[in-house]
Design a protein around this ligand. Structure first.
Ligand code: ATP
Length: 473
């Protein structure tokens, strides 16, 4: 992309100075920058105004509506500068694809994988409960916080392929007969390969594949480029064989996903409980550090999130990592988990804090959920499982998380992962079949219209900072 108008030193609206390019996606470029008035570090996503398939408008619309979710990147403002539309947002740290590639053997420890899985499920649940599908879940679309005290929080980014899946009535939109492929080939669900309309289950399938890659360092179809071949291989591996080298909870995870129909609400709590149980069986403490917080895994400084997580006691931390990597179930080794946390991270209040109740989604208490009484089978059989969805918009708006309060106050592994394919970018032959069997149109234009036409209904949750300024809106 010829980025005239967005070069280092450019000043946007007299407030945002552009620093350096930090990301290149299929749909635009991302720059780091700074608010010259208050010094806040920011990220700016830009898209040329004459780009054939513009997605920033949709992304802004979705991101604004998701601002109450503590696991979604904070939106700051948007507008137009020279020949570019831009969106200013919170600057995050490295994405999970970059972090995985920095690990020994290109994989995360099982402990880190499980904790990431729990956070990722929580963020997707929040998005779904607000009535949206993400449709491009992949490691590079999750980034950790930039500040040292947020490097244990994973934020979902990139809503360029998001889609509203509920009608104004709150019911799930009827599935379209054929929609074409949506997402990124490596992580897309089999349904996407089959051109089926995507539902909440499909975002969870992508999380499932992501977690396998995190834990094993690879997926069986990693070397394939052709999306149809990848789809074929996913079908072949659509059995517990895919997770035979992982703890049994992964097979149970898969079983639950397989049980879901298009319109079903996944049992997010059950899936998190599985990961939580697996984590407990490793004997790791709730406050255990993520792999990148451990001393030998400090970022090299090349990424945007190169902050240190504080002083370390390398022996304890390395021991923790070794245990997690090996998957040993030896709780005695970690007999003093809080000591390890305190020594290793220097931020004990956060990492060694007991985790709250199952529905606690506080970002400062993110890694695990406590399952005190209900057994997994009880949870699986609860009313949350396989219910027919009756409405979205149930994100916990009473969240007392600091992030939530803050929002109210002021409001690539891309070569490896491949670029996303979706309605915005690859309007392929399948679009001929995009007519809905329900009369709901498909493709980017109708989706945009739906997104934008629903804006006013949700205005109360829209940050004030941009309501009048956003030329994109
Ligand atoms: N707020 C942010 N802070 C820091 N880095 C970011 C931020 N937003 C995006 N990035 C970086 O830029 C990369 C690309 O961003 P994004 O996914 O939004 O663009 P895209 O054009 O939609 O990409 P893709 O084609 O991969 O879907 C991300 O993987 C991430 O590394």
């Amino acid at each position: 992309m010829n980025n005239v108008g967005f070069t280092t030193g450019s000043l946007i609206k007299g407030r945002w100075t552009v620093m350096k390019k930090i990301g290149q996606g299929a749909f635009g470029e991302i720059f780091s920058g700074k608010n010259i008035i208050n010094g806040e570090q920011i990220a700016i996503k830009v898209e040329k105004v004459d780009t054939k398939k513009q997605v920033l408008r949709l992304e802004v619309a979705v991101l604004k509506k998701l601002q109450l979710c503590p696991y979604v990147c904070r939106f700051i403002t948007c507008g137009r500068h020279n020949d570019y539309n831009y969106m200013v947002m919170e600057l995050l740290g490295e994405n999970l694809s970059e972090l995985r590639r920095k690990q020994i053997d290109g994989k995360f420890s099982l402990g880190t994988t499980l904790k990431l899985g729990i956070q990722m499920i929580q963020s997707l649940q929040a998005v779904h409960d607000l009535g949206y599908l993400h449709r491009d879940v992949k490691p590079s679309n999750f980034a950790i916080g930039l500040n040292p005290n947020k490097r244990n929080i994973t934020y979902l980014i990139d809503f360029g392929l998001a889609r509203r899946f509920v009608l104004a009535s709150g019911e799930v939109r009827p599935a379209r007969e054929s929609t074409g492929f949506r997402g990124t080939a490596r992580y897309a669900s089999i349904n996407s390969h089959l051109s089926k309309d995507l539902g909440r289950r499909d975002d969870l399938w992508s999380i499932f594949y992501v977690l396998i890659e995190f834990a094993e360092g690879q997926l069986p179809w990693r070397k394939l480029k052709d999306k149809d071949q990848i789809g074929d291989m996913k079908q072949r591996f659509n059995t517990p064989e895919l997770v035979k080298d992982l703890p049994p909870q992964f097979a149970q995870f898969m079983k639950h996903l397989k049980s879901l129909n298009y319109e079903d609400r996944p049992n997010y709590l059950f899936l998190q409980s599985l990961l939580n149980d697996c984590y407990s069986s490793l004997g790791l403490s709730e406050g255990a550090l993520f792999d990148w917080e451990l001393p030998q895994q400090q970022p090299s400084g090349s990424g945007v999130g190169s902050s240190s997580s504080g002083p370390v006691a390398s022996g304890a931390a390395a021991q923790q990592r070794g245990l997690a990597q090996s998957g040993l179930n030896n709780s005695k080794v970690l007999a003093s988990p809080s000591t390890i946390d305190v020594e290793a991270s220097g931020k004990s209040s956060q990492n060694s804090k007991p985790i709250g109740a199952e529905n606690d989604t506080s970002p400062n208490n993110p890694p695990l959920l406590r399952r005190d009484s209900a057994s997994i089978s009880q949870i699986a059989n609860s009313s949350e499982s396989n219910n027919k969805e009756s409405g979205g918009g149930s994100w916990n708006q009473k969240s007392s998380s600091p992030r939530h309060k803050q929002q109210q106050l002021h409001n690539n592994d891309n070569q490896l992962e491949e670029a996303p394919t979706g309605s915005h970018k690859h309007l392929k032959a399948n679009n001929n079949n995009n007519n809905s069997n329900s009369g709901v149109q498909s493709g980017v234009q109708p989706i945009d219209k739906i997104e934008l036409s629903t804006q006013h209904q949700q205005k109360s949750s829209t940050p004030k900072c941009c309501s009048s300024k956003c030329t994109l809106m």
